[in-house]
Design a binder for this molecule. Structure first.
Ligand SMILES: O=C(O)/C=C/c1cccc(O)c1
Length: 508
């Protein structure tokens, strides 16, 4: 066997998966058909959950020079009246600002450096996968190099992160559930020569005559996207001389360089099966969504985070059925986001002037009445390897005897029991503790309501006092991807919760 895992595709999903597996010491090969990194922006933003994944890889700080914190989310109408103005949380649930606007080549550079620094990961760029055959205990890929030479690579598992038109999705031959939301947009990216006064960092211009999205994409770049009519002359529209007049109200050629113009069709679809035998799909290979919530890239990184520890456990001997929990957990989450993004996109890009007028009147009246829109919360994971919770365990600032830092940096990101005082662990037997240790589990014990039996962790930022109060739990089991497997309302409930987990993992 050459490798534990072969990854096809070296975009953000493939990079994240390679880094997460490589960090666990897994022998990984990544095959990418392009010879170098793409080097042009595609995604515009990422969220605090993604930053937490970068934190687990030790690359969160390195991302910052390519980002700007996004303070809010704003819609205006054709008359520049504000329809919607939402402030993003800072910090968000994962301990970082809720949204970062980013320059994707910077993000990919940082991830690429991380991957190249991992001795168990091999990266082969400029090779195309042209064959996949599965056996009972392995999968063999045929890779064709630029010079036409072919080689065979054998791995225990293969993950296709090669996008919506990639070879691996085609090989799996799944049916596509298409939401039927196709839109054509002209996406224009600029490198700014200097700061331009009055240039909004973020605006969705809901003008029925011409919907526009204005998005800062990192410290030196800006994106303008224009919704196109069905019969638009695409060849003419992408010509720079036709792009500049579109942004003339904001800046001109002395202020910025046009670095990319793409005619892009937003798609919204989900593949029906994400695993066939030893082959899995992740990122755009499994699902595609329009950009209205900026969740496309981050959904792929969520896939990688969900899959990495499961592959790691299966490679260590856990039953491969664990990998079926991947789609069970991720698909409803992704569908929720796709459906929200489509719904939002339809309202934002209304073309009927009368319907748009009614929308504006409704939204302006709501603002005047001080009715704030509900903050969008993504759903907890359900089914799969979840007992009774599935939401993301929050991250805040905590203190140990030796330092004050974000929770994951102190408690780690393996299997974890979080407890409100030592008493919450009192019902665990010696056998429970031994089986938990054999799983690689550890404990984080707070002293919140009592100093008697307090652990060595203090809730410096106040996040966990609130969390224990709100959930009514005294303990919780947290998975390696920071999702809550389950909570125990009483100390006496913890052994049963642990038993359910260990049984599900075939350890009891
Ligand atoms: O490109 C778009 O249309 C939207 C991007 C977007 C949406 C929400 C938050 C962001 O930071 C970017």
């Amino acid at each position: 066997m050459d490798y534990d895992v072969a990854i096809v595709g070296y975009g953000p999903t493939g990079m994240a998966l390679a880094a997460l597996l490589g960090q666990r010491g897994r022998k990984v090969i990544v095959l990418e058909r392009y010879a170098g990194l793409y080097n042009l922006p595609r995604a515009a933003a990422f969220d605090d959950e993604t930053m937490r994944t970068f934190q687990s890889l030790g690359i969160a700080e390195a991302m910052l020079p390519g980002t700007n914190i996004q303070k809010g989310y704003v819609w205006v109408n054709g008359q520049d009246e504000v329809l919607l103005d939402i402030e993003y949380d800072n910090p968000g649930r994962c301990g970082w600002p809720a949204q970062y606007m980013m320059y994707q080549p910077h993000l990919e550079d940082v991830m690429d450096r991380k991957v190249r620094g991992l001795s168990s990961v091999t990266l082969r760029q400029g090779v195309k996968v042209v064959g996949i055959t599965q056996a009972d205990d392995s999968v063999t890929l045929t890779a064709r190099a630029d010079d036409g030479s072919e080689s065979e690579i054998t791995a225990r598992w293969l993950v296709g992160c090669d996008g919506g038109n990639g070879y691996v999705r085609e090989h799996l031959d799944g049916a596509l559930d298409d939401y039927g939301f196709f839109e054509n947009w002209l996406v224009c990216d600029f490198e700014m020569r200097h700061a331009v006064p009055g240039l909004p960092s973020f605006r969705q211009v809901c003008n029925p005559a011409q919907p526009i999205s204005i998005v800062n994409i990192g410290p030196k770049h800006h994106r303008f996207s224009f919704r196109l009519e069905a019969g638009a002359d695409r060849d003419a529209l992408v010509k720079p001389e036709n792009v500049w007049p579109r942004v003339a109200a904001f800046f001109g050629q002395n202020d910025a360089d046009l670095i990319r113009v793409a005619n892009y069709t937003f798609r919204s679809c989900v593949v029906d099966h994400w695993r066939k035998g030893r082959v899995l799909l992740a990122g755009d290979a499994a699902h595609q969504m329009p950009p209205f919530l900026a969740q496309g890239m981050v959904s792929g990184i969520r896939d990688a985070r969900n899959l990495a520890w499961k592959l790691d456990m299966v490679l260590s001997g856990t039953d491969a059925a664990l990998l079926d929990t991947y789609q069970t957990e991720r698909e409803p989450h992704v569908r929720f986001i796709i459906e929200k993004a489509v719904e939002l996109g339809k309202v934002q890009t209304m073309r009927d002037p009368e319907a748009a007028k009614a929308r504006d009147a409704r939204m302006i009246a709501a603002r005047k009445a001080n009715q704030k829109p509900d903050k969008l919360r993504y759903p907890a994971l359900r089914g799969g390897l979840i007992a009774n919770d599935g939401s993301l365990f929050p991250q805040g600032v905590v203190s140990s005897p030796s330092r004050t830092a974000l929770f994951d940096d102190i408690a780690g990101t393996g299997w974890l029991i979080v407890a409100k005082g030592e008493d919450a662990l009192a019902a665990l037997s010696e056998a429970d503790r031994a089986d938990w240790a054999a799983l690689g589990g550890s404990e984080a014990v707070f002293g919140l309501s009592s100093m008697v039996g307090a652990g060595d962790l203090w809730d410096t930022g106040g996040v966990y006092t609130r969390w224990f109060d709100e959930t009514g739990a005294v303990a919780a089991i947290i998975r390696p991807d920071s999702h809550i497997y389950g909570t125990a309302p009483q100390a006496g409930d913890l052994p049963a919760l642990l038993n359910t987990l260990l049984a599900a993992l075939g350890r009891r």
